[in-house]
Every structure is written in C-alpha cells, then in structure tokens.
Write a protein that binds this ligand. Sequence first.
Ligand code: 4NP
Length: 154
Amino acid sequence: MQILMVCLGNICRSPLAEGIMKAKLRSRNLDWKVESRGTGNWHVGQLPDPRSIATAKRHQIDITDQRAQQFSEKDFEDYDLILAMDQSNYSNIIAMAKGIADEEKVKLIMDFDPDKTALEVPDPYWNDDGFEQVFSMLDQACDKVIEAFDKAAC
Ligand code: 4NP
C-alpha cells in the first residue's frame, strides 16, 4: 500500500499526517510507503513549519527528516491512495488527473472517519492554536485509513 498525504504548502498538515501515519504503521508492523506533498511550490525544500514540528514532538513523533515537495503528475503512478486534507487540495489534485483511474485514487482524508466532526482538515497556517486540533483529527482519521486497508493491502 502506498499512500500520499497532500495539503497546500506541505509544511503544516500533510507533514503531520505523514508522521502520524508512519508512527502507526511502525507500531503495527505494516510495511506501507507514506509520503506527503503540497499542491503549491512556495515551500519546496523546507522543513515542516516549526509549529507542526513542535506539535508532533509533543506526541513523541519526529518529523524533522521531512522536506516539502510539490505534488506532480508522476505521483498518480507511484501511489495507490492520495489523501487530500481539504476540498481545495482535492480539486487541485483532480485537475491534474489524466483519467478515471487517477481520479479514483484521490479521497478526502476525513471521508475515512465515520465519527468526523468536520469534512476537511482546517488549514492551521494562520492560526497558532489550530495545530493540536489538526493533530487529533489526523490521528483519528489515520486509524480509520489503516482499518480500511489493513486486510486488503499487502
Ligand atoms: P499547509 O498550510 O497546506 O497545511 O502546509 C499552509 C502552508 C503555507 C501556506 C498556506 C497553507 N502558504 O500560503 O504559504
């Protein structure tokens, strides 16, 4: 199973999603590939936002090995599941799809959470207080993604 987490800048939400998912997979001994991307290119090559690094660290997750990368058409070939953080990310990714097979790989991450209180993971870039909420939404959603694919995936 190969999963790509995608947000706008690849410095706040999707690096947290990547770090949370990798930690869960490690503890379950699941050998899935997980990376993250941004649809925008402003932060390419940069570390995650310091507030995402600090939030992950509070939960014993280190995301300082990550560097921002921009989503590209090739990612449709390399991943089975492309998880968008919000509707705008979803639309940006779908606009780059070459056909139905590409489109079917793209989902909103919150669609996996039946207990979801929101349809989208809110962008915390302009809100210092938003990072813990983002962490907790992603933490729950990642469990549901693993539940959905654990039996089917190899
Ligand atoms: P992210 O947050 O999409 O969760 O990484 C953002 C990061 C940077 C910007 C916007 C959102 N920006 O406008 O630079």
